[in-house]
Design a protein around this ligand. Structure first.
Ligand code: 0A1
Ligand code: ZN
Length: 896
């Protein structure tokens, strides 16, 4: 664990480095117990920095063996986390040679150089390179790397690094050597190496630009048959970035390597992306449609970083959203384009918004709330957050909305023209998009727009529409507010793009003309709210209309428009915007759920109007299956919790379960119809069309099994069980298993056992098996506490280990983050479990521990006695003196 007191790093303290490192020559003698790293650095003083400063190199958990400056010994000293050379050689540039030792096999934090499955892998973002050797480990120091790798040839036949392979030689004692050179200057966080026994799927491509490239996907022997989809996704990503943004692959060779132990999803190291196996390996038999989709999106994300992140990188870590927000926006657009039809695009957008609301909105309202560009941090690893990533992407999306699709492309072109090869800030990005679009609402309001980077919290957009029949005008008054967040008591107004339309009772979309305009501008437009309150008066409105606001969630805000049931039903039935159609359905459900939660109605009875509306969507002749599945899925328990001032997770769970049962019972015949109509009989394709049908059929099955358990009817339970045994692919097999577990069917146990036996050797499938049980709904009434008992028992399962992040996340993360009703228990058993696991994991892997620690972010909003019990548990963790800075920061913020 890292030594030294926790220091707060502040954005306002940024200073350019006193030295640059121009070139790096690294040699690794790879050995799991003791790897020797030799580093030769060509260093220059930065003429623009205050002169006379010492050279301070970052280093962590390194054994220093020697330091030479220009070939001579030089005096040095240690400060916490740094090697200090007070008097580097006098000339402006000199060579520093450092030799140190590290122990990859002891590196359970998985940051720096570590071993996994008998191979060597690295993870350097954000500050892992300093755990390999002493360096100026900051993103604005960019160097050209040449790397020599030496290792036992039999155990580590594959030796990879960034860039191009320039030499391969045999050495004595069964060792071999590979030398790599990366011509692009890069920050140390983009360095990577791999030494392992792997095999590769290879694909040669010729791009639009007419250049030939070699694409490779490296996996363990035996996994090659699960790499086709990753390779297809990579090829599609290359083609998409050329077509949409004119950005071509700049390397002869582009490699993806899969590793079983990895803290995050994947990493965009230059030319050598390292991936969690979860985002590489897929076959129809072992991966669900969702897994296939996740692979496409993460492969795209990492590939797109090659330009947005690598060619142009971040000046400092406060600018993280510069690369992450932009790259998430790009991967979302890629996925939407891959989905194809407008309806499939809308499904993608709905999915993204669900993710934003499930993770980012709560973050923005909790102890860890921070701006997209944070002002301070203790541990940067804690800021790879939904706010930096997903809200950051929404900020980029709003810019694109304000300047239009072509305008955004012009802005991106200007951004690359200005900053290729540089380490820059979010201001530089926003400036380029605005400058390329003079006269746009973005350039007119740029300084105000940038509040999206500076202010934390989710604003609320209040809307009121008044129709005046005699004058045929519709006046829409928009108002914005934003609640205080930690350290930010008062908020200033944002620039909020409001995409909207007006829908009348017959479903007509009315032409939109503001009173100051000569003619209508179409039936959909973007209003730009810049003041606290603004009124927009539409003319020639010849009928009562319902405003359809914030289409596609055109800004990351809460909307309070006061629409009643009738208006929402009108939008659900007629809105031309599929996103708002879905949203109307969700709001109808949410209102009912909130009412039942509030009034503690023993029976949360669904009214016929709602049930009929759901039936109409389910049976609709033209709507896509994927879209129907989204409409017919009730808002999640955590989304409902977000709307409550004082949260009672048990109560919310009971209400949602009761409503789920009513929909199962009252739409019984419709679910049978849906199940029968949406079976996919042709060969498996993970595309939008087929996956939509499977999603709806599986939702139908969940409903049918739920109802069957209620009515003690064996037929549907038996069918689901049969599917677990003989489905041809994982989406249906797992869908059936979920149906049985989610309904507490008697056959759930044998089905789980059968499933485990079938996939005992497949780690990613076993992860699913663990998380399904950790997230199983807590039984209502007697049987409460059942899930926690099972989770504890599963920790003793021979397949369980805390050391593998995917496994720990599946079980512990699944329970603490994904099962509110089972986790938040009045007897505090969930909290005691949480505290024990956070402490236990912290000694192994602080990043994973700190993610689990965040399950308590929102403790302050819990109803009593949960709130007090939660605080006690947090205090218990806080009382431990030897916490990592990662966990310490989360816990301290929770108690502030
Ligand atoms: N930059 C990667 C995510 C990543 C961040 C940190 C990591 O280790 C601490 C690993 C990966 C991405 O956005 O995909
Ligand atoms: Zn990223």
């Amino acid at each position: 664990m890292r030594e030294g007191p926790a220091t707060v790093i502040r954005r306002e303290d940024y200073q350019a480095p006193a030295f640059w490192i121009r070139t790096v020559d690294l040699t690794f003698d790879l050995d799991p117990a003791k790897t020797i790293v030799t580093s030769k650095l060509r260093i220059e003083r930065n003429p623009n920095a205050p002169q006379g400063q010492a050279l301070k190199l970052d280093g962590e958990e390194l054994t220093l063996l020697r330091v030479l400056a220009d070939g001579d010994s030089v005096s040095f000293r240690h400060e916490p986390g740094q090697l200090v050379i007070d008097n580097p050689p006098a000339p402006d540039s000199f060579t520093l040679e450092i030799r140190n030792a590290i122990a990859p096999e002891k590196n359970s934090a998985l940051s720096g150089l570590y071993t996994s499955g008998g191979g060597f892998f690295t993870q350097c973002e954000a500050e892992g390179f300093r755990r390999i050797t002493y360096f100026l480990d900051r993103p604005d120091v960019m160097a050209v790397f040449t790397v020599t790798l030496r290792a036992d040839k039999h155990k580590y036949p594959v030796l990879l690094c960034n860039g191009n392979l320039v030499e391969q030689t045999e050495l004595d004692h069964g060792r071999h050597c590979a030398k790599w050179h990366d011509p692009f200057p890069k920050p140390s966080y983009l360095f990577a190496l791999v030494g392992a026994d792997l095999v590769a799927r290879e694909q040669r491509i010729r791009t639009r630009a007419g250049k030939d490239h070699l694409l490779q996907v490296y996996v363990r022997r035996g996994d090659l048959d699960k790499t086709e989809h990753a390779m297809n996704s990579l090829m599609a990503s290359v083609a998409w970035d050329e077509a949409r943004f004119g950005l071509s692959l700049d390397l002869e060779r582009f490699m993806i390597v899969a590793v079983g132990d990895f803290n995050m999803g994947a990493m965009e190291n230059k030319g050598l992306n390292i991936f969690n196996t979860k985002y590489v390996l897929a076959s129809p038999a072992t991966a669900t449609d969702q897994d296939f989709f996740g692979i496409e999106s993460v492969v795209g994300h990492e590939y797109f970083h090659n330009w947005t992140g690598n060619r142009i990188t971040c000046r400092d870590w406060f600018q993280l959203s510069l690369k992450e927000g932009l790259t998430v926006y790009r991967d979302q657009e890629f996925s939407a384009d891959m989905a194809g039809t407008p309806s499939a695009r809308a499904v993608r957008r709905i999915d993204d918004v669900r993710g934003l609301r499930a993770a980012q909105f709560p973050e923005d309202a909790g102890a860890m709330a921070h701006p997209v560009r944070p002002d301070s941090y203790v541990e940067i690893n804690n800021f790879y957050t939904a706010t930096v990533y997903e809200k950051g992407a929404e900020v980029v999306r709003m810019m694109a909305t304000l300047v239009g699709r072509d305008g955004f492309r012009r802005g991106m072109d200007l951004y690359f023209q200005r900053h290729d090869g540089q380490a820059v800030t979010c201001d530089d990005f926003a400036q380029a998009i605005a400058d390329a679009n003079p006269g746009s609402a973005l350039s007119a309001n740029l300084a105000q727009f940038k509040r999206w980077y500076a202010q934390a919290g989710t604003p609320t957009l209040h809307a009121e529409g008044i129709y005046d029949a005699p004058t045929q005008t519709f006046t829409l008054t928009l108002r914005q507010t934003c609640a205080p967040s930690p350290g930010q008591a008062e908020k200033h107004p944002y620039v909020i793009p409001v995409a909207m339309g007006l829908v009348d009772a017959e479903g007509r979309a009315l032409p939109l003309q503001l009173e100051e305009e000569d003619a209508p501008t179409g039936t959909e437009r973007v209003l730009v709210l810049t003041d606290g309150v603004q009124a927009f008066r539409f003319v020639n409105i010849d009928a009562e209309v319902v405003p359809s606001l914030l289409r596609g969630l055109s800004a990351p805000v809460h909307l309070r428009d006061g629409l009643d049931d009738a208006a929402l039903l009108q939008l659900l039935n007629h809105d031309h915007d599929p996103f708002n159609r879905w949203e109307a359905g969700q709001r109808l459900a949410l209102n009912r759920m909130l009412q039942a939660v509030e009034h503690r109605a023993a029976e949360a009875v669904l009214d016929e109007a709602f049930v009929a509306a759901m039936r109409a969507v389910l049976r609709h002749p033209t709507l896509d299956a994927a879209f129907k599945e989204l409409v017919l899925t009730l808002p999640s328990e955590s989304y409902v919790a977000e709307q409550c001032a004082s949260v009672d997770p048990q109560r919310i769970h009971v209400v949602r379960e009761l409503m789920r049962r009513q929909l199962a019972a009252r739409l019984h015949a419709d679910w049978i119809w849906a199940w029968e109509q949406h079976q996919v009989r042709e060969g498996y394709r993970p595309d939008a069309q087929q996956s939509g049908r499977r999603a709806l059929a599986n939702l139908a099955l969940r409903n049918l099994v739920l109802h069957a358990v209620e009515t003690a009817d064996p037929v549907w339970q038996g069918r689901a069980y049969q599917r677990v045994k003989d489905a041809a692919q994982m989406t249906d097999r797992f869908g059936a298993l979920e149906a049985l577990v989610g309904a507490h069917a008697q056959l759930a146990e044998p089905a789980l056992a059968h499933f485990h036996a079938l996939f005992a050797d497949d780690a990613l499938v076993i992860d699913k098996w663990f998380s399904l049980q950790a997230m199983a709904p807590e039984p209502i009434g007697e049987g409460a506490g059942q899930v926690l008992r099972r989770v504890k028992a599963l920790m003793q399962h021979p397949d369980f280990t805390l050391k593998n992040p995917n496994r720990a996340r599946s079980l512990i993360g699944g329970f603490c983050h994904g099962n509110p009703a089972a986790f938040h228990r009045a007897d505090a058993a969930g909290y005691i479990y949480w505290a024990d696991r956070v402490l236990e994991l912290d000694a192994i892997n602080p990043q994973i521990a700190s993610r689990i620690a965040r399950a308590m972010d929102r403790w302050n909003h819990l109803a009593e006695p949960l709130r007090s019990a939660a605080r006690e548990a947090i205090k218990r963790v806080a009382a431990k003196p030897e916490l990592s800075p990662d966990v310490r920061e989360i816990i301290t913020k929770a108690l502030e």
